[in-house]
Design a protein around this ligand. Structure first.
Ligand code: GAL
Length: 682
């Protein structure tokens, strides 16, 4: 009888077992003799996946009539022979000179009408038929040639859509925009209604009269700009989908990804991730920023959330310094290890880099690499080898998942609309509103997911909405249902303002949230730059900056009041009990003080840190395997040694030692504990 052994890692990203480790390798920069050394060193470092071909278009297709695959055949065979799997790029991010000169119209044009030149990368108009046809042709040629190559483990479409070019204002883009608008609005009358063209004499008689929002004498119609943002995300996605369709057709069964750019305004990643087999991300936290790990944690939580908690892949990070900031600090010893473990702690099943071997020519020759210019005597190389060895020790946690009971609501449409011009204050920017909320949760050791406002909300007790400027009635009703059924919602200021056309909801702000929050906003009251308004919450004195609102309660209780300025005495923070839950409203931007308020709904929702007694500066997360085994990550981001109390004995996987009631973490120290399965934590 044949015993069927269940796959121990059913959730793994690719067919490569364990955690993925490696980076972009651009070997076309060197003679082939160097490749032999590279693969030998990859084995020494424990590299099991490399990304090939990201910028190889000009090499693969030297002109319109010829292909050169010989070098790539030899490269893939060489890697396979050394046990290294390949993440093969479709090579479409940097069209070659011959293509650009044959089709100069494929170069992108700025809002001011400047056509951008060849000589960098990503020089293409997202709506260019010539670019798209050539990209799809190249993708098909690669897929047909390599779909059954034994080294192939993952397809890597393009590279960082939206990195350099997010929009193009050329005639082809204009035509594509008009096509998109026709599809969205149906008739020009409907578009006129949606864009509110009755104001400022902007009425259109036909779609042909519409252009992209190029530089104009004054403010451009806001709904036109909002539709443009939606269109630009869709136009790039259409390119991605065209390549994905080819890969799905010719190379079924091999997963496909494109590398995201963390929380990028230009691309609606909820929509994009529906077209990914796995989510991958490029992350470059700044070693000069002592709070960089908080921002990184936030981005990693988003990446994990994009496909509902599925493990994701850190596709690129710098082994040490980057070369594109004005001043590029290296990572001090131990920092790269800690930050790599942080990605795993937040659900990644692999850490890859840009790039394997440091370039000696070109724009990125001062960017760090896994194999630095100095070679194997460099500190960087020792760290590359050491990290590879540690990842092998952690291989068993691949496929395990985090679980959060709180979620932050993020909506790209609302983000785009919030940041349109001519609002009460230009200081209301989504990242600035979100960051203090996230930092407060991070400091309290609370794991959060991200979620679109439409849900699904199952399993969450607390939803946090630092801002929901754009909100339709149906979503507001869903949120109301969540609260009435026992959930808790915390909503930040300037929410519930506009519908999807960016038309203000009639009848007073916060529009469709008015009943749920039990209040009405009489007037927005922005705070001038540099000034603050005092807020009193119980015994605590908080400070609002940038934004406050004159609100009147309609059933909500007042928890905090303004105590200075024009609004002194008026409610600042409220709670409205509805059904079995509660809806909280913060009418001002509280910056780093926001945590004092968030403590209240956190307590009401019964949410506490991943590990009780967590010392300051130590990040803790828990991944759980399908069999209930827990992996507790403890990461000391602070400059001082920290003692961490532990709930129960386990095994520390990096050192292979048994743990007791606590452990000590050195500065930048980390521990990954395997804890046997217990009853599910509530
Ligand atoms: C990324 C890009 C890589 C490399 C890297 C350097 O944005 O995808 O090709 O340029 O930055 O940090």
């Amino acid at each position: 009888m044949t015993m069927i052994t269940p796959d121990p890692t059913p959730d793994r990203l690719t067919r490569v077992p364990g955690l993925l480790y490696g980076g972009d390798w651009n070997p076309e920069q060197w003679p082939e003799e160097v490749w032999a050394e590279d693969v030998k060193l990859m084995a020494e470092a424990g590299v099991n996946l490399v990304t090939i071909g990201v910028f190889s278009w000009a090499r693969l297709q030297p002109d319109a009539h010829s292909w050169d695959f010989g070098w790539l055949d030899r490269l893939l065979d060489l890697l396979h022979g050394h046990g290294v799997a390949v993440d093969l790029a479709t090579a479409t991010a940097s069209p070659p000179a011959w293509l650009v000169r044959a089709h100069p119209e494929l170069l992108p044009v700025t809002a001011d009408g400047v056509r951008l030149e060849f000589g960098s990368r990503q020089h293409y108009c997202p709506s260019s038929p010539a670019y798209r046809q050539a990209a799809v042709r190249l993708t098909r040629a690669l897929a047909e040639r390599y779909h059954d190559h034994p080294a192939l483990a993952l397809w890597h479409i393009h590279n960082e859509y939206g990195d350099h070019v997010q929009e193009c204002f050329c005639a082809e883009s204009a035509a594509d925009f008009r096509r998109w608008l026709r599809e969205r609005h149906g008739t020009v009358e409907e578009l006129n209604r949606s864009w509110g063209t009755a104001f400022w004499s902007q009425r259109y008689n036909s779609f042909d009269q519409i252009e992209p929002p190029r530089t104009a004498p004054g403010p451009v119609n806001p709904t036109q700009v909002l539709d443009w943002r939606r269109f630009c995300s869709d136009a790039l996605l259409a390119l991605h989908r065209a390549e994905k369709a080819v890969l799905d057709d010719v190379s079924p069964g091999v997963p496909v990804t494109t590398n995201f750019m963390s929380m990028l305004k230009a691309l609606d990643y909820w929509e994009w991730s529906r077209h990914e087999d796995l989510v991958s991300d490029d992350a470059y936290p700044d070693p000069a920023d002592p709070r960089a790990h908080v921002n990184a944690a936030m981005n990693y939580d988003l990446m994990r959330s994009l496909k509902g908690g599925q493990p994701w892949l850190l596709m690129e990070q710098a082994p040490s310094a980057v070369s594109w900031r004005p001043v590029n600090l290296p990572k001090r010893p131990g920092l790269h290890r800690l930050w790599s473990l942080q990605a795993l702690a937040r659900g990644a099943d692999g850490v890859l880099h840009f790039q394997w071997r440091a370039s000696v020519a070109g724009a990125e020759k001062f960017h760090s690499a896994m194999l630095p210019h100095r070679g194997t005597t460099a500190r960087g190389w020792r760290e590359t080898v050491a990290l590879g060895a540690e990842l092998r020790r952690l291989g068993e946690l691949a496929g395990s998942r985090l679980r959060a009971r709180a979620a932050v609501l993020l909506d790209w449409d609302s983000w785009w609309a919030l940041e349109l011009d001519d609002h009460p204050s230009a200081r209301m920017r989504w990242p600035e509103l979100l960051r203090p909320w996230y930092a407060a949760l991070h400091a309290r050791g609370i794991t959060v997911d991200f979620l679109p406002p439409t849900g699904p909300y199952d399993g969450y007790r607390l939803l946090l909405a630092p801002n929901l400027y754009l909100l339709d009635t149906a979503t507001a009703e869903r949120l109301t249902g969540f609260v009435r059924a026992g959930g808790h919602l915390v909503c930040g200021p300037f929410s519930g303002i506009a519908d999807r056309h960016d038309h203000v909801h009639p009848g007073g702000h916060p529009g469709p949230l008015r009943e749920l929050l039990g209040l009405v906003v009489d007037e927005h009251w922005p705070i001038p730059d540099g000034a603050t308004t005092a807020v009193r919450l119980g015994d605590a004195h908080l400070r609002a900056e940038h934004w406050s609102e004159w609100i009147e309660t309609e059933g909500a209780e007042t928890l905090a009041r303004y105590t200075s300025g024009e609004l002194a005495g008026l409610p600042a923070v409220t709670r409205h009990r509805q059904g079995r839950g509660s809806a909280w409203y913060l009418s001002c931007h509280l910056g780093t003080d926001v945590g004092r308020v968030l403590d209240l709904p956190l307590a009401e929702a019964g949410l506490g840190p991943e590990l009780p007694g967590l010392p300051e500066g130590v990040e803790a997360t828990r991944r759980r395997a399908a069999d209930g085994t827990e992996y507790l990550f403890l990461l000391n981001h602070g400059p001082a040694e920290r003692r961490v109390p532990l709930e129960r004995p386990g095994t520390e996987l990096l050192t292979g030692t048994a743990t007791g009631e606590g452990l000590t973490l050195a500065p930048l120290g980390a521990a990954v504990l395997r804890l046997p399965a217990t009853e599910e934590r509530p």
